[in-house]
Each structure stands twice: as structure tokens, then as C-alpha cells.
Design a protein around this ligand. Structure first.
Ligand SMILES: Nc1ncnc2c1ncn2[C@@H]1O[C@H](COP(=O)(O)OP(=O)(O)OP(=O)(O)O)[C@@H](O)[C@H]1O
Ligand SMILES: [Mg+2]
Length: 210
């Protein structure tokens, strides 16, 4: 009997260390003999990556909130059906850099889109599918921004003001508080080695769980 893999997402505001800790988690899983696939949102398949480019490109034309929301879920539908679900069914664990919690945090908390609208699209696109575990890397907004600042051109989201990201951070924390069994808050303001140690032990715990 093949057992399904687990779907683990990495969330948090800009520059908190999502990509770094996703790689760390992938290495941890591989060292334990788990087959792992690493992916990201928006994106993860060629078509979804094209939608990502549409979403992130800075542009003069104001982007309507509903347009942004629908594009996020359009990319997600493609990613879910053509990559995430088949990989999980094949028994591999899928680690994803952002998923639907980011939509609740960015489009909901950040942009002010009603949560019910996001929840409707979540049900439409995903049915009952939700991440098995969410690693929420939490740090003051400025900490992440300072870490990410060495990057080149800012994308459309990175051009937003600090209070936009403060609302996002709070939205993530509020969601995490509703389901502590699935949401794992990691203090991402700590030095890299400490955050990595915390994430490694969290991931090891998920593998060895009865
Ligand atoms: N705990 C930490 N302490 C100091 N620096 C860190 C820490 N974690 C990650 N970094 C560094 O901060 C930068 C941003 O990390 P990373 O790219 O993993 O963040 P991210 O959350 O994926 O960012 P983005 O939102 O832009 O995708 C990198 O240069 C990384 O090496
Ligand atoms: Mg990243």
C-alpha cells in the first residue's frame, strides 16, 4: 500500500527566511529517507509561473483586488492539480514556499478582501484539501525587510508600505492561533542557526509522529 506524502507549507512576511528554511526542511527529510518535492506559490508549474510573472510585475495600471485574488487561485488550481496532488499521491512529501494562508494574509489582511470571499475560492479550488502542516516564520516586519533588502528590483508586493506587511503578519498570527496542531510558529528573528535548529527538530517530529 502506498501512503500519501504530507503537504507542508512555509509562510511569513518578506525576507523572514521561508526559502532558507524550506531548503533546510528538505535536507532534513532527505536525510531521514523521505522523498521530497520542493515547490512555490504563486507558481510551481510552467503555466502557474507565467501567472506569477503577471502578478509580481510592477505596472502603472492599478491592479484590482479581485483580479489579483483570482489570478492567485488560477495559478493554485493549476499547481494543485498538475503537481501537488499527483506528487502526494505518489507518496512524496511536498514542501511549498507559500500557499493559501498567504492569500488570507496578503489579499485578506493586507488588501482587505473579505475573508469569506477567499474561503469560497479556497473551497472551490481545493475542495477539502488543506496543508497537513504550516510552518509560520514570524519576525518583526523590519527584520525581514532588512534581510531581503540586498535583492535587486522590488516586485509589486515588495513596493507596499510597512503597515501593509504589519497587517499581513497579524493575519498570519491570527490564523495560526485558530489551529495550533497544524500551525507551527517559529521565532524567525533568532540567528539563522537557531531558527534552522528549531525547524529541523519540528520536521523530524513530523516524520517520527505515530
Ligand atoms: N535567521 C536569520 N538570520 C539572519 N539572516 C537570515 C536568517 N534567515 C534567513 N536569513 C537571510 O535573509 C535573507 C532572506 O532569506 P530568505 O530568502 O530565506 O527569505 P524569504 O522569506 O524566502 O524571502 P522572500 O519573502 O523574499 O522570498 C537571505 O539572505 C538569508 O540568508
Ligand atoms: Mg523566498
Amino acid at each position: 500500500m502506498t501512503s500519501h506524502g504530507q503537504f507542508i507549507t512555509f509562510e511569513g512576511t518578506e525576507g523572514v527566511g521561508k526559502s532558507t528554511q524550506l531548503e533546510n526542511a528538505a535536507d532534513t527529510l532527505k536525510s531521514l529517507g523521505v522523498d521530497v518535492v520542493v515547490t512555490r506559490e504563486p507558481g510551481g508549474t510552467p503555466m502557474a509561473e507565467s501567472i506569477r510573472e503577471l502578478l509580481l510585475a510592477p505596472r502603472d495600471e492599478p491592479v484590482n483586488d479581485m483580479t489579483e485574488l483570482l489570478l492567485m487561485f488560477a495559478a493554485r488550481a493549476q499547481h494543485l492539480q498538475t503537481l501537488i496532488l499527483p506528487e502526494l499521491e505518489a507518496g512524496r512529501w511536498v514542501l511549498c514556499d507559500r500557499f493559501t494562508d498567504a492569500t488570507f494574509a496578503y489579499q485578506g489582511g493586507g488588501r482587505g478582501v473579505p475573508v469569506e470571499h477567499i474561503a469560497q475560492l479556497e473551497n472551490l479550488v481545493q475542495g477539502a484539501f488543506r496543508p497537513d502542516h504550516i510552518v509560520l516564520l514570524d519576525a518583526p516586519v523590519e527584520t525581514g525587510m532588512t534581510r531581503a533588502r540586498h535583492r535587486g528590483e522590488l516586485d509589486r508586493f515588495e513596493r507596499e508600505a510597512v503597515d501593509f506587511f504589519e497587517r499581513i503578519r497579524q493575519a498570519y498570527l491570527d490564523r495560526a492561533a485558530t489551529d495550533p496542531d497544524r500551525y507551527h510558529i517559529v521565532d524567525a528573528a533568532q540567528p539563522l542557526e537557531v531558527v534552522s535548529r528549531d525547524v529541523t527538530s519540528l520536521i523530524r517530529g513530523l516524520v517520527t509522529r505515530p
